[in-house]
Ligand binder design. Structure first.
Ligand code: Z5A
Length: 222
């Protein structure tokens, strides 16, 4: 039997498609947590440790730059999980043990959405990797949801050179969004859906409300 997943109340993840506005939201959440006297570790995936950041670069380098050997979907999945296994053991678990809040820009839900929904890999395989290599679930996941065309237009306004995943077509991102929304529906205790079509101030306000409600519910103790 494979190991179970453990949900940690001080572990918070932020998810969403391209251009959903995670950066603004992360800063708003960090400020809300710090205002209540909590120590916050801000991190991201893929990445979060020096080794995992090197894996991130491998995953995101455009295929055109490594044309002799494009990355397969299976290798992509295993790479994001290799980065995550390292990230959990080196950064996330030690910080949680110190009593910090850990705020991660993406976590395993992104693998279900991008490698599962986007690339079409089996969710059961992803679930097995999640249980064996990760073992950890956020207590709260904020899903910043926005129409694919709107999010991509925002991101395109900024990126001069799209990375491997940003180079995908709209139908890929529609599948990604559908999986995120499905996961949020299936686990309403963990997920809060944020309407990311609003302006940055509107998104930040929703995010801060969600965090404050969560802290009240958790009693701030984790
Ligand atoms: N990935 C994966 O495939 N599998 C996995 O397991 C994991 C990840 C963990 C890197 O993630 C890629 O890794 C990601 C999924 C894959 N690929 N994609 N696509 P990332 O989070 O680093 O990359 P990203 O999602 O592309 O980030 P992003 O486009 O920067 O999204 P964001 O952080 O949500 O957006 P932002 O930087 O806050 O804002 C983007 C622009 O929009 C910026 O110019 C803002 O000023 C503007 N913006 C933001 N919010 C608004 C609002 N509300 N109104 C108007 N304009 C706005």
């Amino acid at each position: 039997m494979s190991p179970a997943l453990r949900r940690h109340p001080r572990f918070i993840s932020l998810e969403g498609g391209e251009g959903a506005g995670k950066t603004t939201a992360l800063n708003a959440i960090r400020a809300a947590l710090q205002a209540q006297g909590h120590e916050v570790v801000l991190t991201r995936e893929p990445g979060g440790t020096p080794l995992a950041e090197r894996i991130r670069a491998l995953v995101l380098t455009p295929d055109a730059e490594i044309a002799a050997e494009p990355l397969s979907a299976e290798a992509e999945l295993l790479l994001v999980f290799a980065a995550r296994a390292q990230h959990v053991r080196q950064v996330i678990e030690p910080a949680l043990r110190r009593g910090c809040y850990v705020l991660s820009d993406r976590f395993t839900d992104s693998s279900y959405a991008y490698q599962g929904g986007g690339r079409g890999l089996e969710p059961a395989w992803i679930a097995e990797l999640e249980r064996r290599a990760v073992g950890l679930l956020p207590g709260l996941t904020l899903l910043l949801d926005v129409d694919v065309a709107v999010g991509r237009a925002r991101a395109n306004g900024r990126d001069l050179w799209p990375d491997r995943i940003e180079s995908e077509q709209d139908d890929f991102f529609q599948r990604v969004r559908a999986v995120f929304r499905e996961r949020a529906t299936q686990d309403p205790t963990r997920f809060r859906l944020i309407d990311a079509s609003q302006d940055q101030a509107g998104v930040a306000a929703q995010v801060v409300d969600a965090i404050n409600a969560y802290l009240t519910k958790e009693g701030g103790n984790g």
